[in-house]
Design a protein around this ligand. Sequence first.
Ligand code: GAR
Length: 208
Amino acid sequence: MKSAVILISGRGSNMRAIVEAGLPARIAAVVSNRPDAAGLAYAAERGIATAVLDHGGFPSREAFDEALARRIDEYAPDLVVLAGFMRILGDGFVRRYDGRLINIHPSLLPAFPGLHTHRRALEQGVKIHGCTVHFVTGQLDHGPVVIQAAVPVLPGDDEDSLAERVLRQEHRIYPLAVRWFVEDRLVIENGVVRVQGEKASQWVFDAQ
Ligand code: GAR
């Protein structure tokens, strides 16, 4: 059975969705760069190994990345899952996990990379918003798209209501993407991800 290490910085609701999806994968550890990440307690309760590497304690981004990679490698995971991990990872780190590092981002990439995606979507007046699971490359919030979920932007939405609608879809698509990975079904051809095997829809549209 393949294994994954999940990196979090906070609440950890995506981590939780992955843990609770009953995937054919072993969650080897949950690692946070913040000691106060709420998701750590949940992981520990579930008997999952946890570790904290406080980025504040490192002299440089490279030193943090190196220490993080060493910690991850102790678990020798097949897959590294960024689940609300709010640190930019350097090129060396990204290269080290090339093809086995995935992220979820709360927008329909390539729209709205970076922070405050829901606020920016509302400011831009887009009518469809959503979330994306993608393989990580050296460019921030960029890389081969595994699956996307779209939701409508409704009249009267504020940042919180839109975030909540998108998050529901995040919890739906991230476990699916991890499942495809651990089942060895993802193939990247010329930067485009295909899912092998039985017909799989790489998009979700939820009008609720
Ligand atoms: C999620 O909405 C995730 O998409 C976002 O942080 C939130 C984490 O929530 N990630 C990013 O913005 C990364 N660029 P969670 O801790 O409850 O999973």
